[in-house]
Design a protein around this ligand. Structure first.
Ligand SMILES: *Cc1c(COP(=O)(O)O)cnc(C)c1O
Ligand code: SF4
Length: 335
């Protein structure tokens, strides 16, 4: 991993795209023709969590619309300074859930690997916005320790690469790690939890698709799409190519006030996801992380919305409405 600078001309198109992301609210405002004074009023929230927005994602936003549902997910907002009781910097108590560095074993049969810190897009509502692992990488010896731990826990049958975003890593790094994990006979399937292909669809390279499809167990990609406008033609095309290789696609989203908390927005989202060959999986209630309280939708409203979705969509297009609670053996369905 030390050869980044040397590899400049060997970068793939997604890495070039990543390097050209918007990191300043002013530059994004110029691109979208937003009122400059409106952006300036919010800009200081960058100090809480840097802004990062790849161009292909910005291209899906409506020019001139300060309330665009994609823009609101990624633009720093002065509301993030609000101190709200019940909101903390580590709402899931992950600091105490890690048996060995980079591995979270909270649910009996599956482990989550914090494969790579940092993301292609910084979502303002993210529960990991306060985590110190922006530059975190998994080394060969970390992988050894993880494989030892898994071998000692025969109940584990699935490995989930997460982050940050695991697809920030190189193809070789992802594929090597998955070869290591799937060499353990107890591992029946692997998952990759990623938002990167949503914001830079070219990340779904054919080389990586080929390598994943040659693993000895099925691979499921769990994307993170919150709004129908995020389902671009490019994303649909890449997903179709990967599905031809036998790779499964699911979607999880977060219920976000003023972004996707209406029945119309939810129906449009799941219809769009299905058209792209992706099935809805989870709809998450927001984790109570400081700086994100303005995105919260109360439980009563969330449940009502979920009931309405059930009456208007086939069962297989209704995601499970869940919340993650520290100490629980699985994600907790709302009721
Ligand atoms: C969400 C999560 C999983 C995966 O849960 P599923 O219900 O299987 O999707 C596994 N481990 C941890 C720590 C998680 O947070
Ligand atoms: S991509 Fe996922 S982990 Fe990364 S900032 Fe967004 S919500 Fe958080």
């Amino acid at each position: 991993m030390a050869d980044h600078a040397f590899n400049i001309q060997l970068q793939s198109s997604w890495q070039r795209e990543l390097a050209q992301s918007f990191t300043s609210p002013q530059a994004l405002a110029d691109y979208l023709q937003l009122p400059a004074d409106w952006v300036t009023a919010h800009e200081s929230a960058r100090s809480l969590f840097p802004m990062r927005v790849p161009k292909p994602f910005a291209a899906l936003m409506e020019p001139g619309n300060t309330q665009d549902p994609l823009l609101l997910q990624v633009l720093p907002q002065s509301d993030e300074f609000a101190q709200v009781p019940g909101y903390s910097t580590d709402p899931l108590d992950e600091k105490n859930a890690s048996q060995i560095p980079g591995l979270l074993h909270k649910y009996k049969s599956r482990v989550l690997v914090i494969f790579r810190g940092g993301c292609a897009v910084n979502c303002r509502y993210c529960f990991r916005r306060h985590f110190p692992y922006q530059e975190h990488h998994i080394s060969k010896s970390d992988l050894d320790h993880m494989c030892d731990y898994i071998a000692q826990h025969p109940d584990i049958n699935e490995v989930i690469l997460s982050g940050g975003d695991p697809l920030m890593a190189s193809d070789a790094h992802v594929v090597d790690a998955l070869h290591r994990f799937t060499a353990l006979a107890q591992i029946r399937r692997v998952r990759i939890h990623t938002r990167l292909p949503v914001v830079i669809p070219q990340r779904l390279t054919s080389d990586l698709g080929d390598a994943l499809s040659s693993l000895p167990v099925p691979v499921t990609m769990v994307l993170h799409i919150n709004h129908a406008h995020e389902v671009s033609t490019e994303l649909s095309d890449f997903v179709a190519q990967w599905r031809q290789r036998g790779i499964h696609f699911l979607n999880q989203s977060v219920l976000l006030k003023a972004i996707n908390d209406s029945l119309d927005a939810q129906i449009a989202l799941h219809e769009a996801v299905f058209r792209a060959g992706i099935l809805p999986y989870y709809l998450h209630q927001l984790d109570p992380v400081s700086g994100a309280a303005h995105f919260a939708v109360d439980d009563a409203k969330a449940l009502k919305l979920h009931q309405q979705m059930q009456s208007q969509l086939p069962g297989f297009l209704v995601p499970t409405l869940v919340r993650e609670l520290a100490g629980e053996p699985n994600k907790t369905p709302l009721r």
